[in-house]
Design a binder for this molecule. Structure first.
Ligand SMILES: Nc1nc2c(ncn2[C@@H]2O[C@H](COP(=O)(O)OP(=O)(O)OP(=O)(O)O)[C@@H](O)[C@H]2O)c(=O)[nH]1
Ligand SMILES: [Mg+2]
Length: 613
C-alpha cells in the first residue's frame, strides 16, 4: 500500500446508544465498500471477542480501513465502531480523538436515548462534524420523523439525517456518499516531524505491543527510531500497517492515516494510550492533546475459591490487564478469604466481564465481593488503620476503597461519598416512576427538559454508591424498558454512611462488610441475615448470623444445628448411590469457603449484591 494524499481520507466513528445498530451498520459499510467479501461477513463482524458475540454487545472499539470510490475518485475511509454501554464510554472518548467526524446513529423504533445525548454532546464539544443517521427504518414500529426531530433538539440544529436500515442495506450507499462530502479531510504535512496519537493498544504474544495510532503530522515507517513523547520510551519501528480488518503491512502511515505500529515493545506498561508517537531524531516540540485518564469507579475484591489457585489468579489478572488496561488491581489479604486482589472497574458490566473472562479464559473459580465506591474519610487525629499508607489531602481526608479499611466508627470525623450527575431520557408516561426511583436512591432533582414526541430529559444528582448496584435493572423495570441513563462524576459530598459488618458464629467476615447509608442499614442487615440463614448449610452446631453497625448488633438470625448426615438415609443401600452422594457433597464443599468453623457458600457473596438495595 502506498501513501495516499491526505485530502481523500475520511476518519469517523459510529456513536450511538447501546443496541442502536452501530456494529450492524459497520457490517453494511464493510460490505458495500467490498472491504470484507460478503461470504466472510457475519453479523457484527467487528465484534470478534467471544463475550461480545455471546452477549451481542460491543465491548472494545474497533478501527477498520475501507476503500471507497465514487465518480473515479478514490477515498480511504477509516471507521471506528464504538461500544454503546455506559461502562465503556471512555472507549468512545478515545475513538473521537482519532476522527474528524461521527455518524450519530439513532434507532428509529427507540428514538433518542441517554447515550445518544451524551455522545452527541461530546462529539460537538470536540468540534467534530456530526452526520445524524436514523437506523432500523425497516421496522414497522419505527418513527423516523420523530427521531429526526429529537435529534435536532439535542444537536440544537436542524441537520438533515440519513435514513438507513443496517439490516437490509437501504440507504447505505447514499450514506457513504454523504461521508465523502461532509466529513472534513484531515490536515497535516507529510514532511513535518511526525506526531501520532495512540488511541488503543493490545498485546500480541509474538509481536509484543501493537499500538493503534492516528497520524496527525509527518509519517511513520518501519526502520524509524520512534520516541513516545511523555514516557520518553525509545524503540525501532518494526512494522506499520492498516486494519482491513486483518492487519496489512504498509510502507508508511502518513498524515491523517489510521493504522498500527509495532516496535518490539515487550512491556505494555511502556505504552500509554493517549501518548504521542514521534521521531526520536526529529521529535515534535509539543505532544498531542491526549486523554484524561479514565478512573475506575467501582471496586470489588476477587479471591480464588481454592486458595492454591492464588498464583494462577495473579498470572491471569496480569495477562488480562494487557488486553484490558481499564481495570486496576492491587493485591489484598482478607481474614476470611485469604489472598486475593482488589480490583477497580469502570462499572458493574465491566466488573462482570472481567470476572467472566478470568473464569473462562483462565479456568478459575472465583469469589467476588460486593462492589463499592471510593469514600473519602477523615479520622479524628489517627491515621486510617489497615489502609494503604496515604497522606491526607489538605482538608484531612484519605481515600478508602475497601470497607475493611475504614477506621473504627468512633475514630471517623466525617465521610464523603462520590456523587454523580445522571441524565435520564424517558417517555413522559414513565417519568413519575423514574423520579420515584431516583428519590429512593437519594437523588436530588436538577433539571427537566421536554423534547419532541412526549419525551423528557431529566437530570439528577445522586450518590454513585446508590447507582452501582442494580440501578440500571431497576430503571429498566420501572420504565418498562424505555428509560436510558448516562452519568458523569460530580465530586464528593458528606454522607451519613456506616460500615455494616456481618458476624458468623461471632466472627466478623471482612469480605461481607459493606458501606451503606445509615437509614438503610437496618433493613439491609435484616434481609441479609435472613438470606444468609437460607444459604449457609446446617452444621453440627447452632450458628448465629448477625449484622453490626457502629458497634451495635442491628439484626440477628439463628441457623439450627444439623440433624442427619447425607448418607444416613441409604444405610446399607447400594454402594454406587452412596458414592454418588458423597461425591456430590464433595463437589458442593469445593464451592464453600470455610470461615472460622463455618462453611459459607459463594452464593452468600452474591446475595450481598442483591440485598444491598
Ligand atoms: N430490524 C433491524 N434490526 C437492526 C438494524 N440494525 C441493527 N439491528 C439489530 O439491532 C441489534 C443490535 O445491533 P448491533 O449492531 O449489535 O448494535 P450496536 O449499536 O453495535 O450495539 P453495542 O455495540 O452493544 O452498543 C441486533 O440484533 C441487530 O440485528 C436494522 O436496520 N433493522
Ligand atoms: Mg456494537
Amino acid at each position: 500500500m502506498s501513501l495516499k494524499l491526505p485530502m481523500k481520507i475520511r476518519n469517523f466513528s459510529i456513536i450511538a446508544h447501546i443496541d442502536h445498530g452501530k456494529s450492524t451498520l459497520a457490517d453494511r459499510l464493510l460490505e458495500e465498500t467490498g472491504t470484507v467479501p460478503r461470504r466472510q461477513l457475519r453479523e457484527q463482524t467487528l465484534d470478534s471477542m467471544d463475550l461480545e458475540r455471546e452477549r451481542g454487545i460491543t465491548i472494545k472499539a474497533k478501527a477498520v480501513r475501507m476503500n471507497y470510490s465514487r465518480g473515479g475518485e478514490d477515498y480511504i475511509f477509516n471507521l471506528i465502531d464504538t461500544p454503546g454501554h455506559v461502562d465503556f464510554s471512555y472507549e468512545v472518548a478515545r475513538s473521537l480523538g482519532a476522527c474528524e467526524g461521527v455518524l450519530l446513529l439513532v434507532d428509529a423504533s427507540q428514538g433518542v436515548e441517554a447515550q445518544t445525548v451524551a455522545h452527541a454532546h461530546l462529539a460537538q464539544s470536540l468540534g467534530l462534524k456530526v452526520i445524524p443517521v436514523i437506523n432500523k427504518v425497516d421496522l414497522s414500529q419505527s418513527d423516523a420523523d420523530a427521531s429526526e426531530e429529537q435529534l435536532w433538539e439535542i444537536l440544537k440544529s436542524p441537520i438533515s439525517a440519513e435514513r438507513v436500515s443496517a439490516k437490509t442495506g437501504l440507504g447505505v450507499e447514499h450514506l457513504l456518499s454523504r461521508i465523502a462530502d461532509d466529513i472534513p479531510a484531515p490536515g497535516g504535512l507529510p514532511e513535518a516531524p511526525p506526531a501520532a496519537l495512540i488511541f488503543d493498544s493490545y498485546y500480541d504474544s509474538f509481536r509484543g505491543v501493537v499500538m493503534y495510532v492516528r497520524v496527525f503530522e509527518g509519517s511513520l515507517r518501519a526502520g524509524m527510531k520512534m520516541r513516545l513523547f511523555s514516557s520518553g520510551f525509545v524503540s525501532d519501528i518494526e512494522e506499520v500497517g492498516c486494519m482491513t480488518p486483518k492487519p496489512v503491512k504498509a510502507d508508511s502511515l502518513g498524515p491523517g492515516e489510521v493504522g498500527y505500529v509495532i516496535a518490539g515493545v515487550k512491556d505494555i506498561h511502556q505504552v500509554h494510550v493517549g501518548d504521542t508517537v514521534t521521531d526520536h531524531a526529529r521529535p515534535v516540540l509539543k505532544s498531542l492533546p491526549g486523554y484524561r485518564e479514565a478512573r475506575p469507579v467501582v471496586f470489588a475484591s476477587i479471591f480464588p475459591i481454592v486458595p492454591a489457585d492464588y498464583p494462577l489468579l495473579r498470572a491471569a489478572i496480569e495477562k488480562l490487564n494487557l488486553s484490558d488496561s481499564a481495570f486496576h488491581y492491587q493485591a489484598e489479604t482478607s481474614k476470611a478469604l485469604g489472598f486475593g486482589f482488589r480490583l477497580g472497574f469502570m462499572g458493574l458490566l465491566h466488573m462482570e466481564i472481567v470476572k467472566e473472562r478470568l473464569e473462562r479464559e483462565f479456568n478459575l473459580s472465583l469469589i467476588v465481593t460486593s462492589p463499592n465506591v471510593v469514600y473519602k474519610v477523615k479520622s479524628r487525629g489517627r491515621a486510617v488503620p489497615g489502609g494503604p499508607a496515604q497522606t491526607p489531602d489538605e482538608e484531612g481526608y484519605v481515600l478508602v476503597d475497601n470497607p475493611a479499611n475504614f477506621p473504627p466508627y468512633g475514630d471517623i470525623a466525617d465521610t464523603r461519598e462520590p456523587s454523580v450527575k445522571v441524565t435520564i431520557v424517558t417517555p413522559v408516561a414513565n417519568m413519575e416512576a423514574v423520579m420515584n426511583l431516583l428519590k429512593d436512591r437519594r437523588g436530588e432533582f436538577g433539571r427537566l427538559e421536554h423534547i419532541a414526541n412526549q419525551r423528557v430529559i431529566v437530570e439528577y444528582e445522586m450518590p454513585l454508591g446508590e447507582m452501582v448496584v442494580d440501578f440500571y435493572d431497576k430503571l429498566k423495570s420501572v420504565s418498562k424498558g424505555y428509560a436510558s441513563f448516562d452519568y458523569e462524576m460530580a465530586g464528593y459530598r458528606s454522607a451519613d454512611v456506616v460500615v455494616m459488618e456481618i458476624l458468623i458464629h461471632g466472627t466478623p467476615v471482612d469480605a461481607l462488610s459493606v458501606v451503606t447509608h445509615k437509614s438503610k442499614a437496618q433493613t439491609q442487615g435484616r434481609l441479609l441475615c435472613e438470606k444468609l440463614k437460607e444459604i449457609i448449610p446446617r452444621q453440627q452446631f447452632e450458628i448465629a448470623i448477625q449484622a453490626r453497625a457502629e458497634g451495635k448488633i442491628i439484626a440477628r438470625e439463628t441457623k439450627p444445628a444439623m440433624r442427619k448426615d447425607v448418607i444416613a438415609k441409604c444405610y446399607g443401600g447400594d454402594i454406587t448411590r452412596k458414592r454418588k452422594l458423597l461425591e456430590r457433597q464433595k463437589e458442593g464443599k469445593r464451592r464453600l469457603k470455610n470461615i472460622g468453623s463455618v462453611d459459607i457458600p459463594q452464593e452468600a457473596f452474591v446475595a450481598m449484591l442483591k440485598i444491598q438495595q
